[in-house]
Design a protein around this ligand. Structure first.
Ligand code: ATP
Length: 682
């Protein structure tokens, strides 16, 4: 009954070679350890950590009942007695029995034993229950302790870091406080959260302690550099971001705490705790994601307030995370002028407890009145720029036409056979991904290895085959992008594909899915009427997914066979008009017809539901970097398509929501290891 479908895998799996790139601030990347987690040992340990397609909570409950396993229903997990405990572990330090210490995620079935830290898939759990589990009943665990070298590095940095107030020079301490906005944060708060300062790197150091113990599992370094009038912040984590699962502040949470405030940054966590005395936690990767592996640690709270930041992206993330945490127990602090992020609120002398009290319930009934929506509408009206979405850094003309890339929309993309659709869409998605848009690729036509190679070339802005010595450096940076690939190839069933997409949205907080291309889900219907009906059904399914999951879907569709001399139009998309009707945006890669020079392409935006601007702009293909983006120096030549009356075609706005890149914030915390091609290409 349980089908193990290895459908999504992260980029790290594609890039097996790991190098010795000296990371930011001279921290050797090779010293970054893997996740120091204990895994349940079994015969066929999967070579790679691949998620299983989700099971339903009902199925999990039925299974537990059928096997006589008692359980408690929690917010996002089911709790059951852990079969992974030895007799000595059955009593905790206080002498209380650690019963029900196994947390089973209701959406994925993955389990975590909070006492032994054993973890595994739903299949692993079943195998253990049914005695197929290779000694699981005896509680045999495989400990994956970090390599000695790695923990040494963590320890070395930690030992070299000192509390801010112990800095020998007053001036240096004062400068650090100003740079990090800590002038109003007390030494007591810094001490409580064990924050240190690493002088050579001019960085704050936040520790990641093992739950319940004093062991150090990792670190986050936050560096600050003056940049004009502002400050530029850079984060580095050990282990690397994908394995850094620190809920900062966790050691300070008491067993009886029932309320917590979740923040997106460590300094916000400190500021809030200092001002309110409430339990506070910071997410390991800010607004980027809430890994399901953290959910068991949040089960004890009856109320969770999410105060993630002061922009629309934080608001979107808060809503997304509330879905995972169970919206009924979540309240959200709405970003706004009087609701900046907690550290700023402290610095501006605002009343933080009052802001917390104004948090809005995340739970919406199916029918809402305008009263419940008015705050959200105001949020959109006062953040017009952010509502327009994430802007492309390589395609300014696309920004001018589409304004940005918004969640919940469907983009249909077409172009003549072999014109470069895959190549273009790869760069278009990569651009967004480098700005923190969590991306899932469904490449049914070309293999993931080939696709990753194209993307890596575009990322590095040049051929790597001629500079293999640079491969590891680029691969390391590329690996840290929030990029995932479905492992499907060739014809696929649409239901399986949508299930996988839903799973990826839950586990990896995916905001953009690229499907290349739709024809691979249409089966082998011979009759054209069947094919058109199949396509309509598939387009409808992707549309529904985009809306329900608030995730952008970019769908590549082949054009119908047309006269070679004619340019493609919206009506040239294969099938009925359904695809263009359902789409929010229609993009067409035009070749040669609008230009005189050889080898040129144009991108045409022929539908734009958000704001109505349509138009075309030239693309210049660069064979060595496989890019279409226009080099920054040459002027973009945007040409608006005029309608019959010579007016720019314009439709009314649909007012869809979107996000903004994190680096647009004034208090900008750039994602760790965020690639910066301008620096890297040097
Ligand atoms: N503007 C261009 N000029 C020359 N070659 C290009 C251009 N764009 C892409 N190519 C090359 O053409 C080949 C096909 O490109 P790609 O696979 O992106 O096309 P496609 O439109 O997705 O193809 P298909 O219709 O088969 O899906 C690749 O080798 C790519 O590097």
């Amino acid at each position: 009954m349980w089908v193990l479908l290895r459908c999504v895998y992260p980029l790290r799996i594609l890039l097996s070679l790991r190098g010795k790139w000296m990371g930011w601030r001279g921290l050797p990347r090779s010293l970054v350890p893997g996740p120091p987690r204990r895994r349940y040992r079994k015969e066929a340990l999967p070579a790679l950590e691949v998620p299983v397609l989700p099971v339903t909570a009902t199925e999990i409950r039925q299974y537990l009942r059928a096997h006589g396993i008692p359980f408690q229903d929690g917010h996002s997990c089911l709790r059951a007695p852990s079969p992974f405990l030895g007799a000595s572990q059955l009593k905790d330090q206080t002498g209380a029995t650690t019963s029900f210490s196994l947390y089973i995620n209701k959406t994925t079935g993955r389990f975590l034993c909070m006492t032994s830290l054993a973890e595994g898939s739903w299949e692993d759990f079943q195998a253990s229950v049914e005695g197929r589990g290779d000694g699981a009943r005896e509680g045999i665990l495989l400990s994956e302790a970090p390599g000695a070298e790695d923990s040494e590095e963590v320890r070395r940095i930690w030992d070299r870091a000192v509390p801010l107030w112990e800095l020998p020079e007053q001036e240096e301490a004062q400068l650090a406080r100003v740079m990090f906005g800590l002038t109003k944060v007390t030494d007591d708060a810094l001490k409580l959260f064990s924050v240190r300062y690493l002088r050579p790197a001019r960085s704050l150091v936040f520790p990641w302690f093992s739950p319940g113990g004093s062991g150090l599992r990792g670190l986050k370094l936050l560096g600050a550099e003056g940049q004009g009038d502002g400050v530029h912040y850079v984060e580095t984590t050990i282990p690397r971001p994908g394995a850094y699962h620190n809920l900062f502040g966790l050691p300070l949470i008491g067993r009886r705490d029932v309320e917590v405030v979740l923040t997106s940054r460590e300094l916000d966590c400190l500021a809030l705790n200092q001002s309110t005395g409430l339990p506070t936690l910071a997410l390991p990767r800010g607004t980027t994601c809430l890994p399901p592996a953290l959910l068991p640690y949040l089960e004890q709270f009856r109320r969770i307030v999410l105060w993630l930041g002061d922009d629309l992206r934080s608001w979107e993330a808060a809503k997304l995370f509330a879905r995972k945490l169970n919206p009924k127990r979540c309240s959200l602090v709405r970003p706004g002028d009087q609701h900046p992020r907690p550290l700023e609120a402290l610095n501006r002398g605002l009343n933080l407890p009052r802001i917390l009290r104004s948090a809005l319930p995340a739970w919406h009934k199916s029918i809402v009145s305008f009263r419940q929506l008015r705050e959200e509408v105001l949020g959109e009206l006062s953040n017009v720029e952010q509502v327009a979405g994430v802007r492309w850094s390589r395609f300014p003309d696309l920004n001018r036409l589409l304004k940005g890339h918004r969640k919940g929309e469907l983009t249909v993309f077409t172009g003549p056979t072999g014109s470069g659709k895959t190549t273009f869409i790869s760069e278009y998605a990569l651009d967004l991904c480098t700005q923190g848009v969590n991306t899932l690729w469904g490449s049914f036509e070309i293999s993931n290895v080939r696709l990753a190679r194209i993307m890596l070339t575009q990322f590095a802005l040049g051929r790597l085959e001629e500079q293999l010595d640079k491969y590891d450096e680029w691969a390391d940076r590329f690996e840290d992008l929030p990029l995932y690939f479905m492992t499907f190839h060739g014809q696929q069933n649409i239901r399986t594909v949508i299930d996988t997409m839903q799973h990826a949205v839950y586990v990896y907080d995916i905001c953009h899915v690229v499907i290349d291309n739709l024809q691979f889900m249409m089966g082998h219907e011979q009759l054209s009427t069947d094919r058109i009906a199949a396509q309509d059904y598939i387009v409808g399914a992707f549309r529904k997914f985009a809306t329900d999951s608030n995730c952008h879907v970019t769908l590549v569709i082949h054009p119908r066979k047309e006269d070679d001399d004619k340019e493609l139009q919206t009506a040239s998309i294969f099938g009925s008009a359904k695809a263009s009707q359902e789409a929010d945006n229609v993009l067409i890669l035009q070749d040669r017809k609008l230009v005189t020079g050889p080898g040129k392409r144009y991108l045409q935006v022929s539908k734009n539901r958000f704001d109505g601007d349509v138009g075309v702009f030239p693309l210049e293909f660069n064979k060595s970097s496989l890019t279409f983006s226009i080099p920054p120096k040459s002027k973009a030549r945007l040409k608006k398509i005029k309608d019959d009356n010579g007016l720019v075609a314009k439709k009314s706005s649909s007012g869809k929501k979107g996000a903004v890149p994190r680096n647009s914030e004034t208090f900008s915390g750039e994602a760790p290891n965020q690639p910066d091609p301008s620096q890297l290409s040097r």
